[in-house]
Write a protein that binds this ligand. Structure first.
Ligand SMILES: [Zn+2]
Length: 385
């Protein structure tokens, strides 16, 4: 289904909107938490659904990884159990699946025109993923939005490598579009590649738009480049994307990159960052990163972030979180995950309000002040060792 975005307010290039799908609608800009194997680590989907920012913003769309689900428990099992919405308990809320491309290309697969052959990280079995198969698998997983199989080159990369990735991505995108048949209730997004080469980014965007997708993602970023290079590449791509369809920056989720990308017209984000940091005791706060393991918090009665209304901040002192985290208690990971996801929801809520009131520049300047020390995080979590 062709998605449209109804923009209710703009501030510069930033837009506040609502995306309508076959299932319903979700508000943008939006952050999608990552349920790698069908669950957020340490948090059930019903708990995730209950998280709420001060102004009532909740998680409306969840991302699951095709790579993991196709291998375990397999798309067949997920389909038999009613598709991802029923299988994960996420119910009637929105869900997006990636194509598996990012994980597969992290494994340095054998790639030819037909597809990518790799060894499963679960049992070493040889698996071949083609653009058609990626569509078919995601059809059975049943998310509302599926992504085309793309070729993602790590950075830095030569122009030859980036050109080859672009050509193959465009070719595979056209094949994915031709294979996409569940069009009444599933949307298919194209992915712009091109690395940090601005000419290639423009060309990739133009050629992907020519194929005509329901929405557009910018991929192959946060793979080793600086934030400045990331933003230049993003601008080059966005210039050529249609304004009436959603734009999604894949795998980017640190606060500064989010607000910088929103300021350039991005609507959707996903990243493992908030949940991964939480599991290591690193908390996102209005004053920046906080490492809860530090000895100085042992006797502190204050919450993690006095401005946060999550269950962790309302109920527990820093001293308890520090104790549980340093002792490796599972509950520490759960409490930190609740906080970090609620914090990101609140941050996105603040961005939406700022766009509506025309004050995004003020929030952007404050965000730069707080977060400029934090570099963009690399993606690729989730490989079992
Ligand atoms: Zn909190």
């Amino acid at each position: 289904m062709r998605l449209n975005i109804k923009v209710s307010a703009t501030d510069g290039q930033a837009r506040r909107g609502q995306v309508t799908t076959a299932r319903g609608s979700f508000q943008t800009p939006v952050f999608m938490p990552v349920a790698t194997r069908g669950a957020i680590r340490g948090l059930s989907t019903h708990e995730l659904a209950s998280l709420s920012a001060k102004g009532g913003t909740r998680a409306e769309i969840l991302l699951a990884n095709t790579y993991h689900l196709m291998l375990r428990p397999t798309a067949d099992v997920v389909e038999q159990l009613g598709g991802l919405h029923d299988f994960t308990g996420w119910g009637d809320r929105h869900m997006l699946t990636d194509s598996g491309g990012f994980q597969v290309f992290s494994l340095q697969p054998k790639t030819d025109d037909e597809g990518a052959t790799f060894r499963s990280t679960y049992d070493g079995a040889k698996v071949k993923l083609t653009p058609e198969l990626a569509v078919r698998i995601q059809e059975r997983l049943g998310a509302d939005i599926q992504m085309v199989l793309d070729v993602c080159a790590g950075l830095p990369a030569s122009t030859t490598v980036l050109r080859e990735a672009l050509e193959r991505t465009v070719d595979w995108a056209a094949r994915a579009k031709a294979a996409h048949r569940r069009i009444e209730d599933q949307s298919l997004f194209g992915i712009v590649q091109g690395g940090d080469n601005l000419e290639l980014r423009r060309e990739s965007a133009q050629r992907t738009v020519e194929i005509d997708f329901d929405g557009y993602a910018v991929g192959g970023l946060s793979v080793g480049e600086t934030r400045e290079q990331m933003m230049e590449s993003l601008e080059a791509a966005i210039e050529h994307l249609p304004s009436d369809q959603p734009r999604y920056l894949m795998g980017v989720g640190d606060p500064l990159s989010i607000i910088e990308a929103v300021a350039r017209g991005v609507d959707m984000f996903d990243c493992v960052l908030p949940t991964r940091l939480a599991r290591h005791g690193t908390l996102l706060t209005s004053e920046g990163r906080l490492n809860i393991k530090r000895a100085e918090y042992a006797r502190v009665t204050d919450p993690v972030d006095p401005d946060c209304n999550c269950a962790t901040c309302v109920n527990y002192p820093r001293g308890l979180l520090r104790h549980l985290t340093t002792q490796g208690e599972l509950t520490a990971q759960i409490l930190c995950t609740i906080h970090n996801l609620t914090w990101i929801l609140s941050f996105v809520e603040d961005i939406r309000s700022a766009i509506e009131s025309g004050t995004l520049e003020t929030l952007r300047a404050a965000t730069v002040q707080t977060w400029q020390q934090m570099s963009p995080e690399r993606k690729g979590e989730g490989f079992p060792q």
